[in-house]
Design a protein. Structure first.
Length: 358
């Protein structure tokens, strides 16, 4: 559903001549252990029916056979120095000592159980025979991890007729540790066997701000060819020196792709998420020209908080001029610039995106 406190409705935005970026909210569900107190994402992840196998990023040997050495799923396991730029899947070995159907979901947080949530897996179902271990792979829809190097992985939404256990690794690993049942102290226990797959390369877009001299407006773009075109017209378009880096479009499951429309009547561009893009396209005669996806962003929560793994706040100001042709949005990572725009009469609209870095 829409977060009405943060975003304008499509109808109101269209009447104003500009459409605001929207966000989808994922209702909270009962979880064990308790959810993190920090940033919680609310982008519903679409899990592919036929996933592409990503490169192996981190692992601790999964026991192939023999008697399992078990740890309850109330414990977390930490992964240190994660080198991948995304998490697409995680494989573990499970066992239970009561036959039946079990369900679980993996949750990845930054650093520890109190850290900001990065992503959640699909809900997995295991049909277990008492004492017989099985390996299970949970999918994350190729979720972006940004600058998170240390990960904490826990289980939530666990159900079943008995206790569900993770199996320890056949050996000892230097890149992982098992926690206490409250997600706290590490050490003193064997390492959990796992395999995590994701992207080795960083799909990143640099979004650059321009000043349009003809109408004294601001414009941002993450498109490489477009930046080269604008740089070739210095009499009309001038870089302001402001820029920020965000994930590339159509790559990561836990980011929101940002689509662009051109509004000829206002001679400006408006940016929306996919849900609003599809809604606008379905409305006849809006006068907006669909220019497709430009880049992606990590969406701030309802309080305007950005996660520790994509910490740079992108503020939005709106010049709500009486003449529609003078209306314009400006996006900036500088709180100083944002406050200056407010002082000069622009409407402050808060944090609307989270960037990886400048």
């Amino acid at each position: 559903m829409k977060n009405a406190s943060n975003f304008k409705s499509i109808a109101a935005a269209l009447l104003a001549g500009c459409v605001a970026t929207a966000a989808l909210v994922n209702p909270a569900s009962a979880e064990l252990p308790p959810p993190a107190t920090g940033y919680t994402p609310f982008i519903p992840i679409v899990f592919p029916i036929f996933p592409i196998i990503k490169p192996l990023q981190e692992s601790c040997e999964i026991r192939a056979s023999g008697t399992p050495f078990t740890r309850t799923v109330t414990r977390d396991f930490h992964v240190f120095g994660y080198n991948g730029w995304s998490i697409d899947s995680a494989k573990l070995r499970y066992v239970a000592y009561t036959t039946g159907t079990y369900k679980y979901r993996l949750v990845v947080r930054h650093t520890n159980r109190s850290g900001d949530i990065i992503t959640k897996s699909e809900l997995k179902t295991l049909n277990l025979v008492a004492g017989t271990p099985v390996t299970s792979t949970a999918l994350f829809g190729n979720s972006y991890v940004g600058n998170a190097f240390n990960l904490s992985i826990s289980h939530e939404d666990v159900t079943g007729p008995g206790t569900l256990y993770m199996d320890e690794s056949a050996g000892s690993c230097t890149n992982t540790a098992t926690t206490a049942t409250d997600g706290g102290a590490e050490g003193g226990l064997g390492d959990i066997g796992f395999e995590i797959r994701g992207d080795s390369t960083h799909a990143l877009s640099e979004v650059v701000e321009y000043r349009v001299l003809a109408n004294n407006k601001y414009f941002v773009t993450g498109r490489t060819a477009e930046k080269a075109l604008l740089d070739g017209m210095p009499a009309n378009f001038v870089r302001t020196g402001k820029k920020f880096k965000v994930p590339s479009k159509l790559v990561y499951g836990n980011t929101s792709d940002v689509y662009r429309f051109f509004a000829p009547a206002a001679s400006t561009h408006v940016f929306v998420d996919k849900a609003d893009h599809d809604m606008i396209v379905a409305i006849p005669s809006t006068g907006l020209v669909d220019e497709g996806a430009d880049f992606a962003t990590v969406v701030p929560d309802a309080a305007g908080t950005c996660p520790s793994w994509a910490p740079l706040k992108v503020y939005r100001s709106f010049r709500n001029a009486a003449n529609a042709a003078d209306r314009n949005h400006r996006y900036t990572t500088s709180e100083v610039d944002y406050n200056a725009m407010t002082f000069s009469g622009w409407a402050p609209e808060g944090v609307k995106m989270c960037a990886y870095s400048l």
